[in-house]
Design a protein around this ligand. Structure first.
Ligand code: URA
Length: 196
């Protein structure tokens, strides 16, 4: 695909407002053969600064939750629907999401994960192409065709939701537990490693 090297977008100027607000394009990170691909909304301030998805506060929450359920961040591919930071962290517009969709579909095609986990409303509705009440549907797996291929999509609340509503923590816990079960992550091994 034009503008891409493997799953990485090298240059793009399709969204004038984002070209203006970003310091860089924030591509996905993690193994290209990952079993689990986590899809967020868009880079925030810290992600824009460091050039990596989920390295701010919600990233810390996410990493911790993954670890508690036996999944190491290093083993997961993490990306966003939109690769450039929107001004004042507003939601990406429909047009911006559409402009970036081909890149996301190409990344999903190349990584070919066993499971895609969408975190929050924007990525869930974007990939499933319907309205979703995320808190109600969190933890459920939808089968959906993405780029022509049937994918399993596990719906999750956004890790940042936990920061202002503790009741969402249990929902996030059970969702990530479900992800671990679906990709066969071995929690006991991880706990053993953690004790060293
Ligand atoms: N929230 C997101 O959705 N994506 C990030 O990369 C960071 C926070």
């Amino acid at each position: 695909m034009e503008n891409m090297e493997g799953p990485r977008v090298t240059d793009c100027e399709r969204c004038p407002a984002l070209v203006e607000s970003r310091s860089r394009i924030v591509n996905g990170v993690g193994p290209e053969d990952a079993d689990l691909l986590i899809v967020g909304e868009a880079p925030g301030e810290q992600e824009d600064r460091e050039g990596e998805p989920f390295v701010g506060r919600s990233g810390t929450q996410l990493d911790e939750k993954l670890r508690e359920h036996g999944i190491a961040r290093e083993d997961v591919r993490i990306t966003n629907c939109v690769r450039c930071r929107p001004p004042e962290n507003r939601d990406p517009t429909k047009e911006e999401l559409e402009n970036c969709r081909g890149y996301l579909e190409r990344e999903i095609e190349l990584i070919d994960p066993e499971l895609v986990m969408t975190v929050g409303k924007v990525p869930t509705e974007h990939l499933l192409e319907r309205d979703v009440a995320v808190t109600k549907e969190a933890g459920s797996v939808a089968e959906h065709r993405i780029g022509g291929v049937a994918r399993k999509v596990l719906i999750s609340v956004h890790p940042a939701a936990m920061l202002y509503d503790r009741s969402q923590e249990a929902t996030l816990d059970s969702t990530i537990e479900e992800a671990a079960a679906l990709i066969g992550a071995e929690r006991s091994d991880q706990s053993r490693l953690d004790s060293y």
